[in-house]
Design a protein around this ligand. Structure first.
Ligand code: DAH
Length: 368
């Protein structure tokens, strides 16, 4: 607030007018400089420009009235000039916004790049696993999971690897320590394959069964470009009446075409797994050379991709202990198991399995 009263004017010559208006202008400028905040600006407006009690109103009333006729024009010019100054001060105060200090505290460099929030994406293994599962889901398969820490019974014994059987050596595993006092069948280990979930599924439900089981498995294997002690599999099991080897062939041929393209061919090679009889390894025509022979397929034109076979009656016998409907005389079935890393490496042209587990964003962000 200015507070200084408007004096009476006694002299009306140019010099006296200049001095009187200059004094008012100085007061107005000083008052405007001190304005901080909306309320103060409004008070300034009322004090100077208020229609009834404003200082300018008082000036025009008192000074103009007292002025002799010949001084009125000179006074009017100065009055208008002062009014323009006050209005300018008000405009400046209204438009000024925050103080310089406040501005500085909030200062941003609009040329800096913004903070980008990265959108998460499926890991290529997850993505491949889902893709495989979806191929079978479209055929009416359900999806199941089982524990990664498994008993010797489920991982080996009921899958027809009896204690001491040499086939156990092909899946060297990591066992939980300190279980020597438990019977062998109850000892815990990290599952070496997803096949034990076949048995867990059959124990839970009578046939028919059509299920795929994605999951993580562990082996006591040395890591190299194509092996990792931790990897993933998708298991499949189909049990019903009259399931034949040609059902198995047709299903897997369709699945490989769905995953790798309709021009891919499959062939079935005799193999051995304790839990299937007969057993086969499935090969697909090389997706890199179309079957002509290249470095990737070691010039053979074929790439081995998964294991499969007809469920061994010995496996059904274990299932029948809990679900008698798994009677090998009444039903039959096929099973298969595929390595997810291997399929992902082929699909995406990855040559080092370790890339999947290294957590390097330069690798992973290529799959967004
Ligand atoms: N469990 C086998 C492995 O890990 C893969 C496999 C082969 C699964 C044949 C099956 C099958 O269900 O029928 O090497």
């Amino acid at each position: 607030m200015t507070n200084e009263a408007i004096p009476n004017l006694t002299a009306f010559d140019e010099a006296a007018l200049d001095k009187a208006f200059a004094a008012l202008e100085a007061q107005a400028r000083e008052a405007a400089r001190a304005l901080d905040g909306e309320a103060a600006v409004e008070a300034f407006r009322l004090e100077w420009l208020g229609r009834k009690q404003g200082r300018l109103n008082e000036v025009s009333g008192r000074w103009l009235k007292a002025a002799p006729p010949e001084a009125k024009k000179a006074l009017g010019v100065r009055f208008n000039a002062l009014k323009a100054v006050v209005e300018g001060l008000l405009d400046a105060a209204l438009g000024a916004g925050p103080s310089e200090a406040a501005l500085k505290a909030e200062a941003i460099d609009i040329t800096l790049p913004g903070t980008r929030r990265l959108i998460g994406a499926e890991h290529p293994i997850t993505r491949t696993m889902i893709e495989i599962v979806n191929v079978f889901a479209a055929l009416g398969y359900s999806v199941g999971v089982g524990p990664e820490v498994e008993t010797d019974y489920y991982n080996f014994e009921c899958m027809n690897f009896p204690p001491g059987h040499p086939a156990r050596d092909t899946q060297d595993t990591l066992v939980v320590a300190g279980q020597e006092r438990r019977p062998l069948r109850d000892r815990l280990l990290l599952r070496t394959h997803t096949s034990p979930v076949q048995m867990r599924t059959m124990e839970q439900q009578p046939p028919p069964v059509r299920i795929v089981i994605p999951g993580k498995v562990h082996r006591n294997d040395a890591a190299d470009a194509t092996h990792s002690p931790i990897f993933h599999q998708v298991e499949g099991l189909c049990v019903d009446t009259n399931i034949t080897f040609s059902d198995l062939k047709g299903t897997l041929d369709h699945a490989m075409k769905a995953l790798f393209g309709s021009t891919v061919k499959t062939r079935f090679f005799p193999s051995f797994f304790p839990f299937t009889e007969p057993s086969a390894d499935v090969q697909i025509s090389c997706i890199f050379c179309g079957g002509k022979g290249c470095r990737k397929c070691k010039q053979s034109g074929w790439i081995e991709l998964l294991g499969c076979g007809m469920v061994d009656p010995a496996v059904f016998a274990f299932a029948a202990e809990k679900q008698p409907a798994y009677d090998a005389k009444q039903i039959s079935g096929f099973a298969f198991g595929m390595g997810v890393e291997r399929i992902a490496m082929m699909k995406y042209g990855i040559s080092e399995i370790g890339q999947f587990f290294a957590g390097d964003m330069r690798f992973l962000s290529q799959f967004v």
